[in-house]
Write a protein that binds this ligand. Sequence first.
Ligand code: ADP
Length: 307
Amino acid sequence: MNEIRIFCPATIANVSCGFDVLGLCLENFGDEMIIARTETKGIRIKEITGANLPMDAKHNVAGVAALAFIEKLNPDFGFEISIHKKIKAGSGIGSSAASAAGAVFGINALCGYPISNKELVYYAMQGEALASGTPHSDNVAPVLLGGFALVRSYTPLDIISIPSPSDLYVTVIHPQIELKTKDARSVLKENIPLKKAIIQCGNLGGLISGLYTSDYGLIGRSLHDELIEPIRSVLIPNFNQLKQAAADSGALGSGIAGSGPSVFALSQGVVTAQKTAQAMAEALQDTNIPFEIHISAINPQGIKILS
Ligand code: ADP
């Protein structure tokens, strides 16, 4: 195999009480990438469509992740990467993660799968560091593994795939203002009160348990973020109205997608997810900010090979 074409899904990191440790993978929205083997060693970004992003491999997250991976593999050939973007950079639904994970997945496939998708997370993370300043993995892990992925530990890296109920749907609304992860990080506090940490631990445990046991009620009760949402939500237009709209439509809960400005809601069943989408769209209307809405099941597989 000399070339591979793949679908690289959008993801939501920082799932509510799972700040920096819990991400999920969307089914029906993402980028396409083509990775091809070349005789010349190294990494070259051949083409980018749909976005204005750096063509220099060292300044593109796909290139940085790919370079980190080939440094380990040391193949006696190189790779060309084409990226066809649908996920807007800075949207909060894992634009950079799709590219970073797609690059290392493609290279791994073209080399005969020397390492597992779980092991690829480390190299994809090196690309993410370029975009956000820190090598976080709660987007790249669900891109590579599908479903919900929990980062139990960064040192050593320990990623756990969490099962989820089959009727769980995501609604995500993207108000089209750009909010850079670096900027959204700069408003956060370094220290947190013990009381809040205890509430957050209880909710995260409840959420994971609800996902394992398909207990929608428990998932809903647990979808609260004590720590980050109260601080970051001021950066998102009509955040409180969006949350209220989701609750009024019967969604299980909602929160900031990644570092924003997208806002997500989880629902039991596609009908509630659609109702939630309608209500969230209405909640944003008075801002005159253009937006996109996606409704998706959870993608259990992650990256898909198209050809
Ligand atoms: P997101 O969470 O949507 O990925 P980030 O703010 O974390 O948003 O990352 C977007 C930043 O990464 C932008 O500054 C963008 O220019 C940069 N970037 C570099 N390469 C890529 C790429 N291949 N895809 C997306 N963003 C990239």
